[in-house]
Design a protein around this ligand. Structure first.
Ligand SMILES: C[S@@+](CC[C@H](N)C(=O)[O-])C[C@H]1O[C@@H](n2cnc3c(N)ncnc32)[C@H](O)[C@@H]1O
Length: 196
């Protein structure tokens, strides 16, 4: 089995975050690890880190499974959710979106999305995506890895309809091997009377 690397393209992840964060943003870093991103992006922000294996500063981080952390804490006061997963953090992203609902301010998300790699290795999309997009493990799509962004956007659009928010910004870049996508998106409350 190949060894998981915490930060294969840290400069791209850092570039993405520094493009969109503001000093006033309060950050919940749910895969904080050794804090490479914290040190380059968030050291001047209000910040809390969570990781199930290792943390970079015990006074501002906790060792915990991030899903457990989301279940047990009110996270609505944060502005940024950083999901720098090894794989595809769709499940925890959905947990957060549901927990924030009804959304009453703008939230920003940074996602490390390994769907292309996941699809190339396993021949299927992540379980939650399969269910939402009605793609079974047997759905064989030629060059599916090229469409992971479209699949993700469709998934996010469905979430925005069911949870009544508006997707206000999206930006993404790939790693040098084009196997992992670094994504940013923001969501805002749906304008009042939109569906009246
Ligand atoms: C890509 S690394 C994160 C690197 C980190 N963002 C940094 O700047 O150094 C992924 C991290 O996710 C953590 N992790 C994986 N699954 C987790 C879970 N369910 N709950 C909390 N942390 C998890 C791993 O321990 C690992 O440190």
């Amino acid at each position: 089995m190949s060894k998981q690397v915490d930060n294969s393209n840290p400069e791209r992840k850092i570039f993405l975050r520094n493009k969109f964060i503001e000093k006033s943003d309060s950050v919940l870093d749910l895969f904080c690890g050794n804090g490479i991103i914290y040190k380059s992006c968030y050291s001047e922000n209000k910040y809390f880190g969570v990781d199930k294996n290792k943390v970079h500063n015990n006074s501002i981080c906790v060792i915990s499974d991030n899903k457990q952390f989301i279940r047990s804490n009110d996270v609505s006061e944060y502005d940024i959710f950083d999901l720098d997963d090894y794989g595809c953090p769709y499940f925890i992203m959905t947990m957060i979106l549901k927990k924030l609902s009804p959304i009453n301010k703008t939230y920003k998300f940074f996602i490390t999305d390994g769907s292309i790699l996941h699809y190339n290795l396993s021949g299927k999309f992540d379980g939650i995506i399969q269910k939402s997009e009605k793609l079974t493990a047997k759905s064989k799509i030629k060059f599916a890895g090229r469409f992971t962004i479209d699949v993700f956007l469709s998934f996010l659009n469905k979430s925005s309809i069911s949870l009544s928010f508006v997707l206000t910004n999206i930006y993404y870049i790939f790693n040098s091997k084009h196997s992992v996508c670094y994504m940013y998106f923001s969501i805002s409350p749906e304008p009042k009377g939109r569906h009246e």
